[in-house]
Design a protein around this ligand. Structure first.
Ligand code: B1M
Length: 217
C-alpha cells in the first residue's frame, strides 16, 4: 500500500536530498507508517544502493556524504518518534555505546542507541571515532552493564578487540558485557575476539542486550 512512499524514501537517499528525506519522513508518519518500517524498508535500502554503486565506482565520496546527510535528516524526524514509545519505563540496564576509533560511520550506531533506549536501556552514546580506552573508562565511571561497539570498516573492526582488552585492563570483564555490530562484523568475529554477542541489526542488538542483563530476561 505504501510502496510508492517507500520508493520515494529510497530515492531521496540515492539522490542525496536531505530536504526530500525530511519531507517524506513527515508524510510517512502522517500516513501512519511506523518510523522503524520507514527506516528499515525505505531509507536503509537507499543506503545499500549507494554503497553498492560506490563499491562499483559508479558513485563517489561526495555521493556517500550526501546520502549520509539525507539519512540523518530522515533519522532526525523518525528517531524521536521511536524514542517516545520507550518513555517512562524502569531502566533495564546501562549501556555505553560508540563507533570505534578511526571510524566515523554513525547512522547504524545511532539507530542502535535509539532502539536500546526505546526498549528501556539507559544509553550513553560516546559518538564516533571513540578511542579504545574511552569505552572502558566511561563504562567504569558509569558502572555500565554493557559496552556496545560499532565498526563499519574492515580496517576498524580490529578496534573492537582493542576495546575488550582495555576493559580487561580495568578489571571490567567479564562483569561488563560486550556487544559488537556493524556491516562487516559477524558472529564468528564476535566469538574470536571474546565479545558476548553480535547484533546483526538494531532489533537483534536489543534482543541480545536484554538477554545479557538480569532484568531483561
Ligand atoms: Co562509508 N563505507 N566510508 N561512509 N559507507 C561503507 C561502510 C562501505 C561498505 C561502502 C562500500 O564500499 N560498499 C565501505 C566499507 C568497506 C569495508 O571496509 N568493508 C565504506 C568506505 C570504504 C568508506 C570510506 C573509507 C570511503 C573513503 O573515504 N574512501 C570512508 C571512511 C571514513 C571513516 O570512517 N574513517 C567512508 C565514509 C562514509 C561517510 C562519512 C561519507 C558516510 C557516513 C555518514 C555518517 O555516518 N554520518 C558513509 C556511508 C553513508 C556509507 C554507507 C553507504 C552506508 C552506511 C550506513 O549508514 N548504513 C556504507 C555502505 C553500506 O553499509 N551499505 C558505507 C545504514 C546503517 C543503518 O547500517 O551502519 O550497517 P549500519 O548499521 C546497522 C547494522 O550494521 C547494525 O545495526 C544497524 C541498524 O540495522 N549495527 C549494530 C551497527 N552498529 C551496531 C552495533 C551493535 C549492534 C548492531 O552493537 C553494539
Amino acid at each position: 500500500m505504501h510502496e510508492e512512499l517507500f520508493r520515494a524514501m529510497r530515492q531521496s537517499i540515492i539522490d542525496g536530498e536531505p530536504d526530500q528525506a525530511r519531507e517524506i519522513s513527515q508524510r510517512a508518519l502522517a500516513e501512519g507508517i511506523s518510523p522503524l518500517d520507514a527506516i528499515n524498508h525505505g531509507f536503509i535500502p537507499g543506503l545499500s544502493v549507494v554503497g553498492e554503486q560506490f563499491e562499483q565506482g559508479e558513485m563517489f565520496l561526495p555521493d556517500l556524504v550526501l546520502a549520509g546527510e539525507a539519512m540523518k535528516a530522515a533519522a532526525a524526524i523518525l528517531e524521536p518518534e521511536i524514542q517516545k514509545t520507550g518513555a517512562a519505563r524502569e531502566s533495564l540496564g546501562r549501556v555505553v555505546l560508540g563507533t570505534v576509533k578511526g571510524d566515523i560511520h554513525e547512522i547504524g550506531k545511532t539507530l542502535v542507541a535509539t532502539m536500546l533506549s526505546a526498549n528501556g536501556f539507559e544509553v550513553h552514546d560516546l559518538g564516533v571515532d571513540v578511542p579504545f580506552d574511552t569505552f572502558a573508562i566511561r563504562a567504569k565511571e558509569l558502572n555500565a552493564d554493557i559496552v556496545g561497539i560499532s565498526a563499519l570498516l574492515t580496517t576498524t573492526m580490529a578496534g573492537q578487540k582493542n576495546v575488550i582488552e582495555a576493559m580487561e585492563r580495568l578489571g571490567l570483564r567479564p562483569r561488563v558485557k560486550v556487544i559488537v555490530g556493524g556491516a562487516p562484523v559477524t558472529q564468528s568475529w564476535a566469538e574470536e575476539i571474546g565479545a558476548d554477542g553480535y547484533g546483526r541489526d538494531a532489533l537483534a542488538a536489543v534482543a541480545l542486550a536484554k538477554s545479557l542483563v538480569p532484568k531483561g530476561s
